[in-house]
Design a binder for this molecule. Sequence first.
Ligand SMILES: Cc1ncc(COP(=O)(O)O)c(C=O)c1O
Length: 406
Amino acid sequence: MQPRRELLSHRALGVTQSAVRDVFDIAMGPRLISLAGGNPWLADLPLEELSRIAADLVAQQGTESLQYGPGQGLLEMRQAAAAVMAVDGIPDADPELVVITPGSQAAIDTACRTFGNPGDVVVVEDPTFVGALTTFNTWELDAVATPTDEQGLIPASLEETLTALAAEGRRVAFLYTIPSFANPSGALLPAERRDEVAAVCERHGVLIVEDNPYGQIAFDGAPLTPIAAAHRENTVYLGTMSKIFSPGVRIGWALVPSALKREYYLAAESAFIHASTYSQMLSTAFLTQLDWQGHVREVTDLYRERAAALAGAVREHWDPAVEFADPKGGFFLWATLPQGVDTLALMHRGIEAGAVFVPGAAFSPVEGVHSTLRLAYPFVDAERLVEGVQRLAPAVNEAVAEARTR
Ligand SMILES: Cc1ncc(COP(=O)(O)O)c(C=O)c1O
């Protein structure tokens, strides 16, 4: 059906359907092996204990759990979020500065409402999280890419980007960054660069929005200390239950600088009043009554195995001209095909062959042909991952061969 354009705001007219969403509809088909979605593996959750807790939340605490709650979020949930952040590497997060949101997606949206005017710039990594790009688009913010390498942001380039934007008279609403096991690149920003990035932003008076859903999904060793740990007054730090517990509960949060808390919290309240009381209580129980860190360790082990199976299959079955780094954590393997290969067209050929990935164009603020793609491994067992890579192999290898002859 044609949209009734005359009823739509400029903002709504400007929103483009993300390629990920397109793919999700297709990827739901049972015939396809989906290497597309960033769904966590939930089958290893302590479901019996959770169902007991969930039932008690209604039977014994129903008048509380089904009621409105405080706009900033329940104190117990904010304290539990602070405990998660301590494991992330921020040992002293003050629950008074935490705002609970319906997932970190809503926290990104709240950051746009709070800090961005239409036409402002949000500086981003290229590639970056497609959901954030869509939100920036919705708020009429201009996502401008600053150069990255396989480790993420390059501080000297960020300095140049901010200097150039200042020279053009552009207002920068914030830097949006995913320093740990980024979606989609998997990049892990080294510790020294984290401080340098913070210093560059502080020099330019630019706020940092640090999004960290994957920091604890580290395949070897502890999470790297977030930027926010040492730069609290210039960083809005986003956390979520989605990857360590459940995305369906829709619980995330922002740790906000004290000087910005009131405005951030009021903007959040104007959008959604507060995150679900019931979900906050269930999430708090998960974090205080169950061995949540044990669960994170268990799924991280599983993801490590799956990532290795996926990387091994790509190495074995795809043309060696396809470049990628073995994932060190998080959910994704990011692959770069030779220049000129259009991975959007390749995606359609892959779907015909029975497997689906997300083409790189979805993750870039820059329009045009992209020769990159993202494979997700958490939700598919190793055997099916290998099968998916094999199904895609003829189309991938043909596209690489075609690129060679050009
Ligand atoms: C980098 C990043 N930020 C935010 C989100 C949204 O997560 P949530 O479920 O907490 O809204 C995702 C989900 O995939 C993500 O990858």
